[in-house]
Design a protein around this ligand. Sequence first.
Ligand code: NAP
Length: 282
Amino acid sequence: MNKLYGLLGHPVGHSMSPLMHNDAFTHLGMKGYYHAFDVPEVELKEAVDAFRLLNISGFNVTIPHKVAIMNLLDEIDEEAVMIGAVNTVVNMDGRYIGYNTDGRGYLTSLLKTIDRPLHECNVLVIGAGGAARGVATVLANEGVALLTIANRTITKAIEIKDNYQSYRHANITVVSMSEAEDNLGLYDIVINTTSIGMSPNVNDVPISIQHAKPSVVLSDLIYNPILTKWLIQGEAKGLKTHNGVGMFVEQGALAFQLWTGKYPDTERMTELVRKQLGGFTC
Ligand code: NAP
């Protein structure tokens, strides 16, 4: 019998997760089917109750439910608790266990791009929303040399730092956007986790790269467009760049592995996503 998996979000019409996961089930010869469920915030509890009733084998959770889902689960993995959000739920003998694969997915993708150990890298995270929490937590857990967070609303960056340090010690600093811009030369990896660069802000950049060091890696979580204006500026300057396609694929692959015990072919997944986005190189 087919096992049913899903995505809970609102809206979900644009999601490439069904394409990616259903192809992986077929490619691996597994009986699984993944469907995107469009569920508004007020119906989240009913949707999870219905999933339990139908014994849904596992699901992803996306905007706007990544935090609210946590109260509806039976157990939450330690890193997801530290991040404060869940994007993957596994049905373990009728109990729903929450995980967060966004941060680990990002890390797996980043490690394919950088050629220095993370513990030697000073990292600047721009932004302090949900995605920043996952990325910052995992990078701090990996032990980067310095982790700095800058955000338009600085109190949100301070919240991420304080939250992390309530669990573990790490060298985390918070700076204003203008301080980050002036001191950009300090950083080996600069990560844009804001939505600046995606529609409707495709002509904006999150931070000036005027003071970036030549060996810096510019990393943008955005994958649509595949190359944001910021990454195009970086490439024009000869800087190494890294886009969000890898994170999207790897977070999905890690979720698939949690559900099935099998790690899917991520090159195949990347190719599918790339084609769906219009065939650009990524
Ligand atoms: P979010 O929780 O809404 O956070 C948005 C962040 O962007 C906040 O830091 C916000 O700053 C900042 N921001 C938004 N508009 C801004 C503006 N005009 N000027 C300055 N700062 C602005 O969103 P999220 O879930 O973290 O997602 C952020 C981005 O990551 C999105 O582009 C999303 O597509 C991408 N993402 C990619 C993946 C992937 O798999 N590749 C996964 C998750 C997310 P304030 O705090 O000041 O409002």
